[in-house]
Write a protein of this length. Structure first.
Length: 253
């Protein structure tokens, strides 16, 4: 079965490789704003990642809402400036569907959840030194945890802590408007968890799960589930083009 309707308390993450989808497939369901944003990317890999993320979001959400990908009511307006680069919302009165998008190098992720606001983050493990990044992005306790590891493990350890911070801040919609060093997460050798942050939301309400984006990448999904249990699953998006959507040829308005 290619996809199924999400049940209460369920979160599903779809993975796609931006190199594998035909351009016509990627652009066919996008609206004018999405296509305009795509045209602004000067590098082809960046444009492909953006197009793939838009296509994957529309395709997976359409299967949940039983509509054409073009008809998924997506709202990305930034709460600060009103431009279409804010947290992804699916505005529908008939279904409670939360969404998040992330991409890095050759991995694109879309997370959908019925359990609560969701944030997903995937990062390619950095190849260069991470010392300066760690000083800017990690709390003092996290920096200690990093230094206690062998130097050969620093890059992946930093990436593991970074995606946890990104995922929880994407779930709330704050993003990096909150300094990442003010968000403290569990150590890289521990299960992902939020320990503290400067928000009036108890860390206990956040549920985090480690994802498997493939060799050379790390990923995490976070759900503001009010402390309730959630179920997380992962799916490859290879076969999504075969889903028979209604009105599949119509472009989004």
């Amino acid at each position: 079965m290619i996809t199924h309707t999400l049940q209460a308390g369920e979160c599903r993450v779809w993975w796609a490789d931006p190199r594998h989808q035909p351009i016509d497939t990627l652009t066919g369901a996008l609206n004018a704003t999405e296509l305009e944003r795509a045209s602004g990317f000067h590098r082809e890999p960046d444009r492909r990642r953006f197009l793939t993320a838009c296509w994957l979001l529309r395709t997976t959400a359409a299967a949940q809402l039983d509509v054409s990908p073009a008809d998924v009511p997506i709202d990305r307006r930034c709460s600060g400036c009103g431009k279409p680069h804010g947290k992804t919302h699916i505005r529908t009165a008939t279904a409670q569907l939360h969404a998040s998008v992330s991409h890095s190098a050759n991995r694109v992720a879309v997370a959908l959840s019925t359990a609560g606001p969701v944030g997903v983050d995937v990062e390619e493990v950095p190849s260069g030194p991470v010392g300066e990044l760690a000083q800017c992005a990690l709390s003092p306790a996290e920096q200690v945890a990093l230094r206690e590891l062998p130097e050969r493990d620093h890059n992946i350890a930093f990436a593991k802590m970074w995606v946890r911070k990104e995922a929880v801040l994407k779930a709330t919609g704050h993003g990096l408007r909150i300094p990442p060093e003010q968000v403290e997460v569990s150590g890289p050798q521990e299960k992902p968890a939020l320990l503290s942050w400067p928000l009036d939301i108890s860390p206990d309400t956040v549920r985090m799960r480690t994802l498997d984006p493939g060799d050379g990448y790390v990923g995490v999904v976070a759900v503001l589930a009010d402390g309730l249990p959630i179920t997380v699953s992962e799916v490859d998006a290879t076969d999504l083009r075969r889903i028979p959507f209604p009105f599949a040829g119509r472009r989004a308005a």
